[in-house]
Design a protein around this ligand. Structure first.
Ligand SMILES: NC(=O)c1ccc[n+]([C@@H]2O[C@H](COP(=O)([O-])OP(=O)(O)OC[C@H]3O[C@@H](n4cnc5c(N)ncnc54)[C@H](OP(=O)(O)O)[C@@H]3O)[C@@H](O)[C@H]2O)c1
Length: 253
């Protein structure tokens, strides 16, 4: 049986680790990227035990200039069929400051937006030579709801959503699909830093299973869990003044 090669960034934790495990079978080669060596090795170990061939890369995505080269090198050895650009950085501002920490906002924008965009463009060129592939970008419901507690996070995810929609149209003639995944709360290290109600929160394992199932159905935008699909549509339809009233009631940090 031919193997499917899947790249997952942010595979050392949370949703990325759960996605790697849910795709780990004898029919898949996994290319797993992460920053924390020990947690990345742990995900790789579980995936190998489930039958996958696994290569890992311990890499800080803020080294933007190296991303395309790493993608091309892995693709030359194991042509990538599905690229899940999942790595991300949360960023809640402190209530004690007017805005966000400038240095932190640079990291959030770089990891969430720039690294994913560079990775997607690099892997798209490789996939285009084969006339097939699937690029999956990890957004958030914050791509639709501008969170006052995390403006850079919301902006980076909204930018990614727009990028995904543009890229999807551009690449359809090359046989490449592009999907944006927009989760609500998922129980991971990132969401555990949020000290506010987390309605409809699901586990990373449930999130990964939903994403895999919906990707197989060729979804272009996957909002999960399902109540957030309804909430984001309702939010978009709210008149501007009501929308701002809802946003003002949200926590600032
Ligand atoms: N959890 C939620 O409620 C939620 C909701 C909406 C969207 N999301 C999105 O889902 C994705 C995964 O987040 P998560 O919830 O699974 O959070 P997580 O458990 O904190 O995992 C984040 C992953 O991104 C990696 N990462 C962060 N900064 C990096 C950097 N500079 N270089 C390389 N890798 C880096 C982390 O690597 P290390 O751990 O090795 O540093 C980790 O593997 C993110 O894009 C996030 O925005 C999450």
């Amino acid at each position: 049986m031919a193997s499917t090669t899947i790249l997952v960034t942010g595979a050392s934790s949370g949703i990325g680790a759960a996605l790697a495990k849910v795709y780990a079978t004898r029919a898949t080669n996994l290319v797993l990227w992460g920053r924390d060596a020990e947690r990345l090795a742990q995900t790789a170990r579980v995936c190998r035990n489930l039958g996958s061939a696994v290569q890992t890369l311990q890499f800080d995505l803020r080294n933007i200039g190296e991303i395309a080269g790493h993608i091309r090198n892995f693709d030359a050895e194991w042509p990538i069929d599905i690229a899940i650009l999942n790595a991300g950085l949360g960023g809640a501002a402190s209530v004690d400051h007017a805005a966000e920490c400038a240095e932190r906002s640079s990291d959030v924008a770089t990891v969430n937006f720039t690294a994913s965009v560079v990775g997607a463009n690099a892997v798209a060129e490789c996939m285009a030579t084969r006339g097939r592939g699937h690029i999956v970008l990890m957004g958030s419901v914050a791509d639709t709801v501008p969170l006052p507690m995390a403006p850079t996070y919301s902006g980076s995810k909204a930018g990614l959503k727009m990028f995904a929609e543009s890229l999807a149209i551009r690449l359809e003639h090359h046989g490449i699909r592009v999907t944006i995944v927009s989760p609500g709360f998922v129980d991971t290290a990132m969401s555990r830093q949020v000290h506010a109600p987390k309605p409809f929160m699901i586990s990373a394992e449930d999130a990964a299973a939903i994403v895999k199932r919906r990707l197989e159905k060729r979804g272009r935008r996957i909002v999960l869990p399902w109540p957030y699909g309804i909430l984001t549509i309702a939010f978009r339809w709210l008149p501007g003044p009501f929308r701002r009233t809802v946003l003002r009631a949200m926590p600032r940090g």
